[in-house]
Design a protein around this ligand. Structure first.
Ligand code: NAD
Length: 355
């Protein structure tokens, strides 16, 4: 029995989650699921006064995997930081000790025209970013504001422990073993002590992985190579802040934010979510692309339930639907059939059931 917690969240979250559930229903019988649904984000704040209520936390602790939609919306932008919906996703990752964020980038040949890059640069592009998620300047202490001699200043601390670097490096090297066996570690070791240490520990961890090719890039160069030669990457290993920036840059290559899944792993369970936010501008209109959410289900099948065959079938179903010319608004072009969120979900479900 697989215990799955469903946290749809706000905005387009509930709409795309319906389509994820539709896809999951294809595998009931072959696998057995126990679903629990809980509130998170703005929806949870409305009911409980907290974006990550105790009830949701307890359900998360008990689950094998969590499917997460998206949180946030203008309605809650005025709240103090601790109560804002976005706190919900940070808190759930932190509580569950999910220290590694995996973002695979697939370029769908059917959609290359939506990428800002020329099609020939996108040939053979398929890489995955392994981003450290619970350390770095985002969590480092001391942090704050101060005033001395009439001068105001603000500061944060970029800090990594050896253990934090070692465990995220292992995730990257283990993943590379299932791919093209190449890891590129991103740092800024030419100017930052913490990043010099990062490189030292990555290299030391690499000694246990002689079959994996390790290279290093400074983050500024990496930002350039993602645009110049994205096919040169297989597994990209990054710290929290550099991964935050580079993963959004990489996402643009695919053509739409709505296409990309992610997983956060490292604890006893894992969380799966599309990379985009709650898109309040299109919420409730049937315009959201559910593919990123559906591919997050594929990642869950592969990683949490050890069913790479099912993950592959979901990918194939998405590809078949794109081959047939079905497009949500964000990826629609002349000559293609414009479909709603649920029509896209139905079409993918139909493809899976025909396999
Ligand atoms: P966003 O990702 O929600 O939207 C950016 C743009 O992409 C919008 O034009 C939106 O319509 C479009 N878009 C996003 N997902 C789409 C999809 N599946 N299909 C079609 N189009 C899609 O980012 P934003 O507008 O900066 O943020 C909106 C809210 O989401 C904010 O409150 C923000 O804090 C929150 N947010 C949440 C998460 C999360 O829950 N993990 C992540 C990022 C932003």
């Amino acid at each position: 029995m697989h215990n799955i917690l469903i946290t749809a969240g706000d905005g387009i979250g509930p709409e795309i989650m319906e389509e994820a559930k539709r896809v999951l229903s294809c595998f009931e019988g072959e696998l057995s699921f126990d679903f629990t649904e809980k509130l998170i984000g703005g929806a949870a704040f409305e009911q409980y006064g907290s974006p990550f209520p105790k009830e949701t936390e307890e359900a998360a602790q008990k689950s094998d995997a969590i499917l997460f939609g998206a949180v946030g919306g203008p309605k809650w932008d005025v709240l103090p930081l601790a109560q804002r919906p976005e706190k919900g996703v940070l808190a759930i990752r932190k509580t569950l000790g999910l220290y590694a964020n995996l973002r695979p980038l697939t370029i769908w040949p059917q959609l290359v025209d939506f990428s800002p890059l020329r099609p020939e640069i996108l040939n053979d592009v398929s890489f995955i970013i392994v981003r450290e998620l619970t350390g770095d300047v985002y969590f480092g202490e001391p942090r704050g504001f101060k005033e001395e001699n009439g001068q105001r200043s603000a500061f944060n601390t970029m800090v990594y422990t050896e253990e934090e670097i070692r465990r995220i490096s292992k995730v990257a090297f283990d993943l590379a073993r299932k791919r093209k066996k190449r890891v590129c570690s991103i740092d800024k070791s030419n100017v930052l002590e913490s990043m010099r240490f990062w490189r030292e520990i990555v290299e030391d961890t690499h000694r246990d992985y002689p079959d994996i090719e390790l290279s290093h890039l400074y983050v500024d160069n990496a930002a350039m190579q993602i645009i110049r030669k994205p096919s040169s990457f297989d597994v990209m290993l990054t710290s929290n802040m550099f991964g935050d920036i580079l993963s959004d840059e990489s996402a643009v290559l695919s053509g739409s934010l709505g296409l990309l899944p992610s997983s956060s792993i490292g604890g006893k369970n894992a969380l799966y979510e599309p990379i985009h936010g709650s898109a309040p501008d299109i919420a409730g209109k049937g315009l959201a692309n559910p593919i990123g959410m559906i591919l997050s289900v594929a990642m869950m099948m592969d990683h949490s339930f050890n069913r790479p065959d099912i993950a592959k079938n979901i990918h194939q179903a998405v590809s078949n639907v794109l081959d047939k010319g079905l497009r949500t608004t964000d990826i629609w072009s002349q000559g293609m059939k414009k479909v709603s969120t649920s029509e896209m979900g139905h079409a993918i479900e139909k493809e899976i059931r025909m396999m």
